[in-house]
Design a protein around this ligand. Sequence first.
Ligand code: PMV
Length: 351
Amino acid sequence: KLDESDMVTFSAPVNIAIIKYWGKSCQKLNLPMNSSLSLNLNQDHLQAKTTIATSSTFIKDRIWLNGKEQDVEGNTRLQACLKEIRRLARLQAVKRNEDVHRVTRCSQKVHISSRNNFPTAAGLASSAAGYAALVAALGQLYRVDGDLSGVARCGSGSACRSMLGGFVEWVKGGKSDGTDSIAQQFVGEEHWPELRVLIVVTSAQTKAVGSTEGMQRSVETSALLQHRVDNVVPDRMKALTDAILNKDFSAFAEICMKESNQLHAVCQDTFPPLRYLNNVSEQIIRFVHAYNEHCSDTRVAYTFDAGPNAFLFVLERHLSEVASLIYKIFGPATDNATDFFRGERFKAYQS
Ligand code: PMV
């Protein structure tokens, strides 16, 4: 029988990167080649929820993802998180002069159950939300204080940004041990409540090349990636933070779309090339530019991570018009849908 302190549940939101992280300077510690900045989405719509139990009777660590048990031993990212959180837990327990029982408890095995309320591994940042919820729950279970974004980063780089709310920057840092490569809140979500996100799921299938493998291939073969890191990202980060502070949608939208396009240009420049967008994604990009031109105003911006699903930013006052247009053009009940979707699932979330 477990008592209350032996079981915790945490949930964490999906974050969508505006300034993209693509390329690691250290594979082992998940250190990024450039800083990135994201927005956390409303947890009611997209979240990972993780429950962790610990007991002295558990003989090994086990994990279930959406009800299906996964391998733990071969999962180096999960192992890295567990190892790091236990190291911090022991260190802090000893510092607090806790009794032997509490110190040994930091090595106790755990059973983890994690669920997403959205498609897993389809470019909807499921691993980011998953690792953030996991690390927050482990931190509570093992009584670890302080910033845990560095631990979440060991699981999935972008997970560190899901540990905080609102607009979050992942500062790349400069230390080789990664201790300064952490997430920092830039502004809270209350800063720009009119900014809304519409998510168009064009495919719920698992991506063919995972982000770790894709990034590695880009680091080895893309000349554009290094140019982007050295000459593009620093200025864009400054321009984006200014646009957010001034709530300047038009400036925000331009940087957002250019960043998405450059990520996918780097993927195209990778050899052999990586293709994450599908034909519907391309149609959505064309729709956004045509619609903004038609309105003589920037009303919608798209961004895509390593997957074909679109994240559309729009101000509250234009949301219902854009959502209904998207649904009309790309929704399942239209003639176009058979061409566009060929039986793939369509779902639009609003956040
Ligand atoms: O954290 P990872 O390893 O899943 O990589 C995420 C990469 C992108 O989603 C494409 C960009 C980003 O900054 O989130």
